[in-house]
Ligand binder design. Structure first.
Ligand code: AMP
Ligand code: GLY
Length: 443
């Protein structure tokens, strides 16, 4: 079977890792940077932007691809799945229409409203600053401001974290509308949800969902959850599939919401096939929807796919054949801690072209895994680009040991200009999360 993985980040590196564990698979890749991990596994690759749909389809045809897997959201928005389907190539990922659940935040909120899905937040979208001001005042500026389209996770501003009060909110509203951030002169204003965030990823065949262990990501750049929002600096998961602040019934509430969204998408005529991602806030009033992504999470995918014991390619085939209901899925009952190594200045102005030294063997010897992201391999050296460089994942029975393994492994990654959020997965930070949730529940 010829399998094509589109994308050259750590999320795609771990997908490639899962794919190559299947028997009788030949791996192909399209990536814009030369990811050294993917390079090693693929029988052939094309260095090309994932958004160059024509080139990707042409390559897939030339290589007789039987199954395409797509990591990032941008090619989904451009209709890569639709274009592959036209050529008779199967892709285990949503069509352009179904991917709107991620690529158009206003459409997503309207869909939730239309189908009365649980976990909604108050919201409205605006093209007019004066009207936006009235709504902001009505919500006492306890809001999140979101460009409508894709911004790589970096366009959202949250009250108390990134701005305070009506005037500061309005200044970002103007910035988004005037500069068409996210592609439109429009902004979505949402009620701010207060609580602890968690991610639920799942496989979907359009009707049946199989959910994966819950994960908590860390969006903020700096230790203690300060600084700019990023694509995600690291994440952890626990051996029981829950999180230290998340009970089974909270988890089930998230699953139920995803299930309702699947049904809504099906009724809208855009059946959702492929991996789906729910970002939720656990609040004192239950689980609220922050965003839905039409793909695996990055970094969250690095927490779950390494634990998968069921054949991943078979699962993808079952999603496509709409036979997920017949599948049993098995995971290693382990805890994981993933920390990203990013270039110094990431989130503001990354130091690009800086050398990173990786002792892969020592990383593996301490029981960790390493997934390359936006690095470029030139000759035999590895250099930073503007985005996240590589992810290291510690895996162990206990979360505490997974964190220690991750840190030990990170000592084998060196560079003069790299940055890591070392507090991710530490006992102190986890306790802070548990206490935060307890305080909210008691108040
Ligand atoms: P998004 O790109 O939608 O994931 O937003 C980035 C981050 O902003 C999320 O991971 C949350 O931490 C935060 N955020 C987004 N929307 C809200 C909201 N309505 N209330 C509170 N925080 C939010
Ligand atoms: N970790 C956030 C995302 O994948 O969008």
């Amino acid at each position: 079977m010829n399998v094509l993985v589109v994308g050259g980040g750590a999320r795609e590196h771990v997908i490639c890792d899962a794919v190559t564990q299947s028997k009788n698979v030949q791996l192909y890749s399209v990536m814009k940077n030369l990811n050294p991990g993917i390079e090693k596994m693929a029988v052939d690759y094309l260095l090309e932007k994932e958004t160059n749909i024509n080139r990707v389809v042409e390559y897939a045809k030339k290589k007789n691809i039987d199954l395409a897997l797509i990591g990032p959201e941008a090619p989904l928005e451009l209709g890569l799945v639709n274009a592959l389907q036209k050529q008779g190539i199967k892709a285990c990922a949503p069509t352009k229409e179904a991917a709107r659940i991620e690529t158009d935040k206003e459409w997503m909120r309207n869909l939730l409203k239309k189908y009365n899905v649980s976990g909604q937040l108050k919201y409205r979208s605006f093209t007019n600053v004066t009207k936006a001001r009235r709504f902001i005042e009505e919500l006492n500026a306890n809001i999140a401001l979101k460009p409508i389209g894709l911004t790589g996770g970096k366009g959202v501003r949250v009250a108390g974290d990134h701005f305070n009060g009506v005037d500061e909110a309005i200044s970002y509203v103007k910035e988004v509308i005037n500069n068409k951030i996210g592609g439109a002169a429009k902004i979505l204003i949402e009620e701010k949800a207060i609580g602890e965030e968690f991610t639920l990823q799942a496989f979907s065949d359009g009707s049946t969902l199989i959910t994966l262990p819950a994960v908590q990501d860390h969006k903020r750049l700096l230790p203690g959850d300060r600084g700019a929002n990023t694509g995600g600096m690291g994440s952890y998961s626990c051996s029981n599939g829950l999180l230290p602040f998340l009970s089974q019934s909270d988890y089930d509430e998230g699953v139920d919401i995803l299930q309702q969204i699947l049904r809504a998408l099906k009724e809208e005529g855009c059946k959702y096939i492929g991996p789906i991602y729910g970002q939720f806030m656990l609040t004192s009033k239950g689980v609220k929807i922050i965003e839905i992504n039409a793909r695996f999470g990055d970094p969250e995918n690095m927490n779950v796919l390494p634990l998968l014991e069921t054949d991943f390619v078979e699962l993808c085939t079952a999603m496509l054949n709409e036979s997920l209901g017949n599948k049993k899925i098995r995971f290693k009952e382990k805890s994981t801690v993933c920390k990203y190594v990013v270039p110094e200045g990431y989130g503001v102005k990354s130091m690009v072209g800086e050398k990173i030294y990786v002792d892969e063997k020592s990383v593996i010897d301490v029981g960790a895994k390493l997934f390359y992201a936006s690095v470029d391999k030139k000759n035999n050296d590895i250099f930073t680009s503007s985005s996240r460089s590589l992810a290291v994942v510690g895996i162990a029975d206990e979360l505490e040991n997974a964190e220690k393994i991750c840190e030990k492994a990170l000592t084998y990654v060196k560079g003069d200009h790299i940055f890591i959020r070392h507090d991710i997965g530490t006992k102190d930070l986890i306790e802070k999360r548990i206490n935060h949730m307890n305080e909210l529940r008691e108040s």
